[in-house]
Design a protein around this ligand. Structure first.
Ligand code: AMP
Length: 286
C-alpha cells in the first residue's frame, strides 16, 4: 500500500500545495534514485512538516552531445523508494508541462561562480540548472530546498542565485553518500563496466589523500599537489580538471592565511562516462 501522492501536472500540484500547512522541504532530482538522493529526502523529512520530491530530467541542462537520451529513467521504482522514506508528494512533470512555450526566453547569466570547471566543459549546463531550480522554487514555494554536496559547483551556483535574487527560502547542503568502495553514488554509475568502475576509484582515493594532506600540512599548495600527483598516476581515466576552490565562489585557492574550508574538486572520464567528485578540506596556515 502506497501513501505517497504522485502529481504530473501543475494543477494537481498547486491544489496540494494550497492545502499544505507547516513547512515544506523540497528535493529536486532527475530520478534513477539511489541512497544519495534518499539522504536528501531523509534530511528534509527530519526537518520539515511536508516533503516534496521532483523527478524531472531537465533537457535544458544537457549539452547536445551529452547523455539526455540514455539517462536512466525508472519512475515506478523511484516512487516506491520515495514512499519507503516517507516523502509526501512526487512531482514528475513532462517536458511540455515544465516548458509549455518551449525553451524559455528569460535566461541566466551566472558570472564567475559558473565560469570554470563544469561551467566551462558544459557551457549551458548551469544556466539550465538555474532555470529549472527557479521554476520549481516558484511552483512549489518551499521553505528549505535540499541539494547534495556531490554537485558542489551546482550548490554554489544555486546559493548565488538565491542570494542575488533574494529568493525567500533556505538552501541546505547534504553530505556525499558513497558506496563501500568509496565511489560517490551517481545515477551515471550504472553506465560503468566493472573494469571502468575499478579505474574510477582512483578519483575518491586521490581526494582522500588530499584530505589527509590537509590534516597534516594544512597547506593549499601541498593538498592540491598530492591529489594531482595521485590522480595523474592513475590508469584508465582521463582527467577533465582537478583543483582546490572556495566552496562558495568556486575561485581557485592558492594559499591561505589562517583557517579556511576549501573544496577539492575533480572530474574524470572513464570510457564514455563523466564522473565528478569532491571533498571539503580544512586548510590551516596558522
Ligand atoms: P541528480 O538527480 O543527479 O540531479 O541529483 C539530485 C540531487 O541529489 C542533487 O542535489 C545532487 O547533488 C544530489 N545527489 C546526487 N548524488 C548524491 C550523492 N552521492 N550524495 C548526496 N547527494 C547526491
Amino acid at each position: 500500500m502506497t501513501d505517497i501522492r504522485v502529481e504530473h501536472d501543475r494543477i494537481g500540484l498547486a491544489q496540494w500545495r494550497q492545502n499544505t500547512t507547516g513547512t515544506l522541504g523540497l528535493v529536486m532530482t532527475m530520478g534513477a534514485l539511489h541512497e544519495g538522493h534518499l539522504d536528501l529526502v531523509r534530511e528534509a523529512r527530519a526537518h520539515c512538516d511536508n516533503v516534496l520530491v521532483t523527478v524531472f530530467v531537465n533537457p535544458l541542462q544537457f549539452g547536445e552531445d551529452e547523455d539526455l537520451d540514455r539517462y536512466p529513467r525508472d519512475l515506478t521504482g523511484d516512487i516506491k523508494k520515495l514512499d519507503a522514506v516517507h516523502a509526501d508528494v512526487v512531482f514528475a512533470p513532462s517536458v511540455d508541462v515544465m516548458y509549455p512555450q518551449g525553451k524559455p526566453m528569460v535566461t541566466f547569466n551566472l558570472g564567475a561562480v559558473a565560469a570554470d570547471f563544469e561551467g566551462k566543459i558544459r557551457p549551458d549546463h548551469f544556466a539550465g540548472v538555474a532555470e529549472i531550480v527557479t521554476k520549481m522554487f516558484n511552483i512549489t514555494r518551499p521553505d528549505v530546498a535540499y541539494f547534495g554536496q556531490k554537485d558542489a559547483q551546482q550548490l554554489a551556483v544555486i546559493r548565488q542565485v538565491v542570494r542575488d535574487l533574494d529568493m525567500p527560502l533556505q538552501i541546505s547542503a547534504v553530505p556525499i553518500r558513497r558506496d563501500v568502495d568509496g565511489l560517490a553514488l551517481s545515477s551515471r554509475n550504472t553506465y560503468l563496466t566493472e573494469e571502468e568502475r575499478a579505474s574510477a576509484l582512483a578519483m575518491p582515493a586521490a581526494l582522500r589523500l588530499g584530505v589527509q594532506e590537509a590534516a597534516t600540512s594544512g597547506s593549499a599548495k601541498q593538498v592540491l599537489k598530492v591529489t594531482k600527483d595521485a590522480l595523474r598516476a592513475a590508469e584508465g581515466i582521463k582527467i577533465d580538471y582537478i583543483d582546490l576552490v572556495d566552496p562558495m565562489t568556486f575561485q581557485h585557492i592558492s594559499e591561505v592565511d589562517g583557517i579556511l574550508t576549501g573544496c577539492l574538486i575533480a572530474a574524470i572520464r572513464v570510457g564514455d562516462t563523466r564522473l565528478i567528485d569532491n571533498q571539503l578540506v580544512v586548510l590551516n596556515r596558522n
